[in-house]
Design a protein around this ligand. Structure first.
Ligand code: UDP
Length: 404
């Protein structure tokens, strides 16, 4: 794995790297603990794998702990996740008890001593109750879309969130009056990760051949966990409508996250819907657990148009990845997506199946426009959403809090 900050000079320049080193000077030896609920699947795990080695390279002592749960716990936290993203799902007393009990057991098991503790998302939020060293700083990093939260579940979670020193969100849209310090930090991608490095034409073709996807027609792609909020069934409907005017293939590439108990049932529903049409390709194929990062990279690079038809979205790293690959993107204007897709400049925003269909068709018919949007999207990511900017934001925040 690439772990040296200097290796990013070719993307962001020497001045930026020197600035990051400068920020890290006062934080030498700082112990930094991150806690989340899965080591694989989804954007949080994706970013932690890349960020932590760079913090270490910059002289901080980093640790990553993953909360261990029970089936009822993960069912509870998925319900919380869905409710916080706007579904009308209450938490039962039994669920709340399990949530708190699992957190207590994990907080007893995990060494929580660190100068800075970053707790990701609602699953381990109650860890704050077990804060031992008063002088350490605790950040609650919430990655989910809080634009329409179920108020009962949000009030329950807020009791924990309020105890943190800082709450970090991906978008201003999610910030309500929490009564605590709030920071907005956009997520990021790593240009040196296997997910994002340049690939040769042969490497891309090999992945399409491995999954028996002919390169005879335009390819529409959505990469996402199979989750109701990513709306893969809506994407199939878009494809059905596009195909009536312009023959194409659709790839839905995804998988589940270890902390998501709903994934299996939902993917079965998507497979059933897709089985009616051999030009819809669901990956990974049944029986294979997940695609590799290089495979996802190749699928993105080989696609003609990348769709992100999410109904709710924290940020959508899949959009960042697509823009980095200079791909034209059609995405819904939810969560952090409009920060990335500036409508008509770095891609197209859409608000319905009809709108997505017409924008996909427009791009299929106007290749020049598709190339121009893709190029602008790449520059936008280079300037705003690379891992170096993310490190800088964290270092600034740690310095600020340490000085308070
Ligand atoms: N991803 C992956 N395999 C999959 C589905 C998604 O590696 O089968 C990656 C995807 O490339 C992206 C991340 O998981 O890096 C998803 O992050 P995003 O912010 O788009 O959504 P989240 O899953 O966190 O809601």
């Amino acid at each position: 794995m690439n772990t040296k900050i200097d290796n990013y000079t070719s993307f962001v320049g020497e001045e930026c790297i020197a600035g990051i080193r400068d920020l890290a000077k006062d934080l030498q030896g700082t112990t930094l603990l991150h806690v989340n609920s899965t080591s694989s699947g989804g954007g949080v795990a994706e970013m932690l794998h890349r960020l932590l080695p760079l913090f270490s390279d910059l002289g901080l002592k980093t640790r990553w702990e993953v909360l261990a749960g029970t089936p009822l716990f993960f069912q509870t936290t998925k319900t919380m996740h869905n409710a916080l993203q706007g579904r009308d799902l209450p938490l039962t007393a039994e669920m709340k008890r399990e949530y708190e009990a699992v957190n207590r057991r994990n907080a007893e098991r995990i060494d929580l001593t660190a100068d800075v503790v970053v707790i990701h998302d609602p699953q381990p939020a109650p860890f704050i109750s077990y804060r031992s060293k008063k002088e350490s700083s605790w950040f609650w990093r919430c990655h989910i879309d809080l634009s329409h939260p179920n108020s009962g579940v949000w009030q329950f979670l807020l009791e924990y969130a309020k105890l943190y020193d800082v709450a970090i969100f991906s978008s201003h849209k999610f910030v309500s009056d929490l009564g605590l310090l709030v920071a907005i930090v956009a997520p990021s991608i790593d240009p040196l990760a296997e997910k994002n490095i340049d690939l040769t034409h042969e490497q891309i073709e090999a992945v399409y051949a491995r999954y028996e996807i002919p390169r005879d027609k335009s390819i529409l792609l959505q990469v996402s966990r199979f989750d109701i909020f990513k709306d893969p069934l809506g994407v199939i409907e878009v494809y059905n409508r596009v195909k009536k005017q312009c023959d194409c293939r659709l790839i839905l590439a995804g998988g589940g996250a270890a902390d998501d108990p709903e994934g299996e049932a939902f993917i079965a529903q998507v497979r059933e819907q897709a089985s009616l049409d051999p030009q819809i390709h669901i990956l990974p194929p049944q029986g294979q657990t997940q695609l590799t990062d290089v495979e996802i990279n190749a699928l993105q690079r080989g696609a003609d148009i990348i769709i992100q038809k999410s109904l709710r979205e924290g940020f959508a790293l899949t959009v960042t990845e697509a823009l980095w690959k200079k791909k034209p993107v059609v995405a819904t204007a939810v969560g952090g997506i409009p920060r990335q897709v500036i409508d008509g400049k770095t891609g197209f925003l859409s608000d319905s199946i009809t709108d997505t269909t017409s924008k996909v068709l427009r791009l299929l018919h106007d290749r020049q426009l598709a190339v121009a949007l893709g190029m602008a999207g790449y520059k936008h990511v280079r300037d705003n959403f690379l891992i170096t900017r993310h490190l800088e934001d964290y270092l600034r925040l740690m310095t600020l809090i340490a000085r308070r």
